[in-house]
Design a protein around this ligand. Structure first.
Ligand code: GTP
Length: 391
């Protein structure tokens, strides 16, 4: 038969299993995982204290057990804050826990008020679950939906509601029996819900952590290691997406292909390491000069692609010229001296009937022309409608 003790054992088992799952994330180095692990350990210890209730040593379940469980939810909240790159308010957390335990001690050893203890516990835990839901909701990634964040937020708010209902119920019916000896359906429902609190939240945390790991590895895979510009593959994917958006919105789009002039001679003269430094310096100039929406990709060697979304043909031309002038005016320190380098560019303004390949070909031809015309210049490709062959 289902009893409160049996439910406590099931909770402990669930907890232990989630602890093992969480332990697999220790190596990830993600902030928050350590606190979530501690929350599960503390909950396991709290459950062990509750199981001693029949021994009739009230200090163990009431003060030690509730203290450990209170600390577990504080730890879980701290983990959520650390995971969301927020600081942990250690002092307020400790004060809230001490106050909570002081009130519980008063409600047991000065006036023995079981129902009031349940109300206070419900307010304490309900409040923390509300804070957990709020923290995760506030730090939900802006650009995509993530199941882990949605689940954790929803579950935490649901638990807040559950605790509030329990609190209100005990205010209205203070005659309800002591939980450990109460086999009523209502008590068992509350205990069953309580059993899934930390394991459920931990499951949400694990899914959020997996999402963060996946996002970080996607980011690494899409970036060029040396310059941090987008890799060729990621740039083409990004350009394709932007082109589809431009088709929908009718906003202008330009592609600028950039190439550092005489880069081979920089390598030959100063060595490969300095060549690498020039590549990094070049990317830095671009990133400092561009808007976040303008995307730079390294297409290979010393050739880069820049997608200018939303800029008219005249604007794209002015931006390209400004970038060229910035590179020309820039100096880079090599050993004791300074040196400078230049770049050439081929600019093509997108016409809606053009594919990405056709646009790239035009920009590439313009770049070739810029090199042939003496380098350190931007050549603009003009789109011409292909004429249909005579009938
Ligand atoms: N340091 C360094 N060099 C690279 C890297 N990738 C390619 N290169 C070098 O870039 C050089 C490109 O040389 P070229 O294609 O002849 O171009 P260039 O010398 O800039 O001549 P123009 O483009 O005609 O002005 C080659 O020597 C490659 O070895 C890299 O990641 N680091």
């Amino acid at each position: 038969m289902t009893s409160p003790a049996f439910l406590l054992l099931v909770t402990a088992l669930l907890n232990f299993m989630m602890l093992l799952v969480l332990a697999s994330l220790r190596r990830s180095g993600l902030p928050g995982v350590r606190e979530w692990l501690w929350a599960n350990v503390l909950e396991l210890l709290a459950l062990a204290c509750y199981l001693t209730t029949p021994l009739n040593v009230p200090v163990i379940p009431i003060l030690v057990g509730n203290g450990l469980l209170g600390a577990a939810i504080c730890m879980f909240y701290a983990g959520c804050r650390r995971f969301s790159q927020l600081s942990v308010p250690v002092r307020p957390l400790v004060i809230s826990l001490v106050l909570f335990l002081a009130v519980l001690a008063g409600l047991r050893f000065y006036v023995d008020q079981f129902a009031m203890r349940v109300v206070v516990t419900s307010i304490y835990h309900g409040g923390f679950h509300g804070l957990i839901g709020y923290t995760i909701l506030r730090n939900h990634p802006q650009t995509r939906s993530t199941y882990g964040h949605d689940f954790t937020t929803g579950f935490a708010f649901l638990l807040t509601a559950g605790y509030l209902v329990r609190g209100v119920l005990y205010v209205l019916h203070p005659e309800i029996k002591f939980w450990y000896t109460d086999y009523s359906t209502l008590n068992l429902v509350f205990l069953t819900l309580g059993a899934v609190v930390i394991p459920g939240l931990t499951m949400g945390a694990v899914v959020m952590a997996h999402d963060a790991i996946l996002t970080a590895s996607e980011e690494v895979a899409s970036r060029d290691f040396l310059t941090n510009a987008l890799s060729r593959k990621a740039f083409i994917e990004y350009a394709t997406r932007q082109m589809n958006t431009a088709v929908r919105t009718g906003r202008p789009l330009s592609l600028l292909l950039l190439d550092i002039d005489h880069f081979k001679s920089i390598n030959d003269r100063y060595g490969h390491a300095v060549g690498d430094e020039v590549l990094r310096d070049f990317t830095l100039i671009m990133h400092n000069a561009l808007r976040a929406a303008d995307c730079l990709g390294r297409l290979g060697g010393e050739e880069f692609g820049l997608l200018l979304y939303g800029a008219s043909q005249a604007e794209a031309r002015a931006i390209s010229e400004r970038l060229r002038a910035l590179v020309e005016a820039n100096t880079i320190r090599i050993g004791d001296g300074l040196t400078s380098y230049t770049m050439s560019g081929g600019l093509a303004h997108w016409s809606p009937e053009e594919s990405l390949q056709e646009l790239t070909l035009r920009a590439d031809n313009a770049l070739y022309e810029a090199k042939g015309a003496g380098r350190n210049r931007i050549v603009v490709s003009q789109f011409t409608t292909p004429t249909s062959p005579p009938q």
